[in-house]
Ligand binder design. Structure first.
Ligand code: HAM
Length: 419
């Protein structure tokens, strides 16, 4: 133990769990690579105002959860709590929207929210995300949902559900918002919630308390207030998902915790995760570019939580086929053997064969213990007598059989053995 430990709400990824984490990250991104999304990487911090304007002044993320700091130069920065605003900022700054549209980008990295930590909710977490900028086309919304579904399925996840909703657009949403406010103002609610009605009434629908939910049974729904264009758009997304065999549930009460959404919104929830059940989510954000001072740029995207996806795999008991450890473990006995055998290990690795070495001058017994623990298929044992005869002992760690092989043919012999 050192004097220090990881900050509250964070955890270190260490072997062997870290291998699972990496594999999940890769699997979540793989369908995006096949669909023409290009990799984008933005800084871990941005001007704080990017998020307050983008994610929304009244959201929990901005009011309670942002890690903000003032630099020595007086800039107000924030550790990024999400990726969409940053990616759009980068695309606008680099004029990507002047090229062929949509611009399709994917990203993977760390995000920070000062939340109350609990299982599945951390202050530092990882997302794999995708953003398709500059096209208003239901096929694009469907593409993204299908790609996320493919990603989860490729990992072997089965017990997740897709919740789908439309939040309308700048025509129909204000009308709905007013109707919802009128309904909510008549309810018996606490001061905080009453304030929320005036700032962000849709969030009230998301209140988890029974006492509130009971009163919301007859609340007006966006679904019944969609304009004709939004209704038709949403119907097309639904049909495209159906045609692709992607099951979803219409959830007219789905509101997301970020303010930029318009029209299509969705969440992937996993039933084995308890209260932090959202493994991923996203939607369309047709007005965000203008909110950031950019041109009209209707866009859609999602972010999938890597941490929660790992938890979901565990909840379902799915074990991933992870990259194996070393195939070969080298055990030198003596100084000269160390030098020679390390040369063999280097050669094996250059040939693409994963190999490890008994470092630190371990004795035979300890070194063989390490070899067995490493999961390698065979051990190369080189003692002084072997060395004098130009041989190395190749020991099959499964059968225990051992045979001498000329040192200059050891790479070929090992390749034949471990494939
Ligand atoms: P979000 O729903 O805030 O959306 O986050 C997406 C996913 O990140 C969640 O479903 C969850 O799996 C994971 N996540 C969020 N907060 C935490 C946390 N504190 N601990 C662990 N995992 C967490 C967004 O971030 C949007 N930018 C998604 C998007 C992209 N919309 C359009 N494009």
């Amino acid at each position: 133990m050192s004097t220090f430990s990881a900050p509250k709400g964070t955890y270190d990824l260490i072997p062997p769990d870290s291998a699972e984490f990496l594999a999940v990250r890769e699997a979540l991104a793989a369908p995006l690579l096949r669909a023409g999304y290009g990799y984008v990487e933005t800084p871990g911090f941005e001007q704080a105002e990017l998020f307050s304007r983008g994610v929304g002044e009244s959201t929990d993320i901005v009011t309670k959860e942002m890690y903000t700091l003032t630099t020595k130069g007086g800039d107000q920065l924030a550790l990024r709590p999400e990726g969409t605003a940053s990616v759009l900022r980068a695309a606008l700054q680099r004029n990507l929207h002047r090229s062929a549209l949509p611009v399709k980008l994917w990203y993977s990295g760390s995000y920070y929210r000062y939340e109350r930590p609990q299982a599945g909710r951390y202050r530092h977490f990882s997302q794999v995300g995708a953003e398709a900028l500059g096209a208003e086309d239901p096929v694009l919304d469907a593409e993204l949902i299908i790609l996320a579904d493919d990603a989860y399925r490729s990992l072997g996840l089965r017990e997740f559900r897709i919740l789908l909703n439309s939040l309308g657009d700048k025509e129909c949403r204000p009308v709905y918002r007013a109707a919802l406010q009128e309904y909510l103002r008549r309810l018996d609610l606490d001061e905080d919630t009453r304030r929320r009605i005036e700032i962000n009434p849709l969030r009230v629908l998301d209140d988890k308390r029974d006492s509130v939910q009971r009163q919301l049974a007859d609340a007006p729904l966006m679904r019944d207030h969609l304009c004709e264009a939004c209704k038709a758009y949403h119907e097309q997304v639904r049909e495209l998902l159906g045609a692709a065999g992607v099951a979803f549930e219409d959830d007219p009460r789905l509101v997301r915790g970020l303010d930029y959404y318009t029209r299509t919104t969705f969440e992937f929830v996993h039933d084995g995760l308890g209260s932090q059940s959202a493994v991923g989510g996203g939607g369309r954000y047709d007005g965000l570019s203008e909110m950031l001072g950019g041109p009209e740029l209707p866009s859609v995207g999602w972010a999938l939580g890597v941490d929660r996806t790992v938890l979901a795999l565990r909840a379902e008991g799915v074990r991933l086929d992870l990259a194996p450890g070393p195939r070969v473990y080298a055990v030198p006995l003596g100084e000269e053997a160390r030098r020679v055998l390390f040369g063999v290990v280097t050669e094996l690795r250059r040939e693409g064969i994963a190999a490890d070495f008994a470092f630190g001058g371990k004795g035979l017994k300890n070194a063989m213990k390490s070899a067995n623990r490493s999961g390698a298929r065979c051990a190369l044992v080189l003692g002084e007598r072997d060395l004098a005869e130009g041989l190395v002992q190749v020991k099959d760690l499964e059968s225990g059989e051992q045979s001498p092989v000329p040192l200059d043919r050891v790479v070929t012999a090992v390749r034949a053995k471990v494939g």
